[in-house]
Design a protein around this ligand. Structure first.
Ligand code: DC
Length: 217
């Protein structure tokens, strides 16, 4: 069984997916973290992720592994655990930008499919139901207003000691939404067969219950 949870940033996908994975005893894969890992690799080398040729020329040098360490997902790049660095705010936009490059996506999708086919899982991202696993057992599209999402992101960043204004985060989120929805290859779309949940006025428990109500496992 595979459960696909897609949606824009800050819609609560990863929080919900982690809880559902725990409840059902299945694996959880955060595909956004994989794009963040790739973005971090380039940013750390001071390579502009919008320079498509520069990105493509080094892509073959990247060995990315996803490791489950006691229920916590870790992203390992060329043997180094980069998980602590991939949640920085500038990495979010870099991940969105680098994810536009088809060769980057193809590399990560291959790994995502291997993981999905090896275990019952809940996978969150942008293109899981539409491209990575079009035959996923269940598909959900989680969304929320950009105000609510920006507010959640500000709180999350503040907890990590990163202080940004609400306006700055909201503008970033809207720019990222636009990039993720308008790229040519595997953009963020709502699948016809996805259950759409707007979490703007729902608690985490309510969203979780709505999803679980639709799953037989
Ligand atoms: O879910 P996230 O905010 O950690 O994702 C970071 C970026 O990675 C997102 O803006 C677009 C990209 N991404 C993607 O293109 N496809 C996915 N399946 C997951 C993330």
């Amino acid at each position: 069984m595979n459960i696909a949870i897609d949606g824009p940033s800050g819609s609560g996908k990863s929080t919900i997916a982690k809880r559902i994975a725990k409840k059902l005893g299945i694996s959880y894969l955060d595909t956004g973290a994989m794009y963040r890992g790739i973005a971090y690799f380039y940013c750390n080398k001071n390579i502009d992720v919008s320079d498509v040729n520069a990105v493509k020329s080094l892509l073959g040098d990247i060995k990315l592994d996803v490791v489950n360490d006691g229920g916590i997902q870790k992203i390992i790049i060329n043997g180094e655990d980069v998980t602590p660095y991939i949640r920085q705010n500038h990495i979010s936009m870099a991940a969105s930008t680098v994810s536009k490059i088809p060769e980057v996506r193809i590399k990560l999708v291959e790994l995502q499919r291997i993981i999905a086919n090896s275990t019952d899982s809940i996978i969150d991202g942008r293109d899981i139901g539409s491209y990575v696993l079009p035959n996923a057992t269940y598909k959900f599209y989680l969304t929320a207003s950009s105000d609510v999402r920006a507010n959640r992101r500000c709180i999350e960043l503040k907890e990590k000691g990163q202080i940004f204004s609400f306006e700055e985060i909201k503008a970033d989120i809207e720019k990222r939404d636009y990039q993720d929805k308008h790229r040519d290859f595997a953009p963020l779309v709502i699948c016809d067969d996805a259950i759409v949940i707007d979490s703007s006025n729902l608690t985490i428990d309510e969203v979780e219950n709505l999803i679980l109500k639709n799953i037989k496992y």
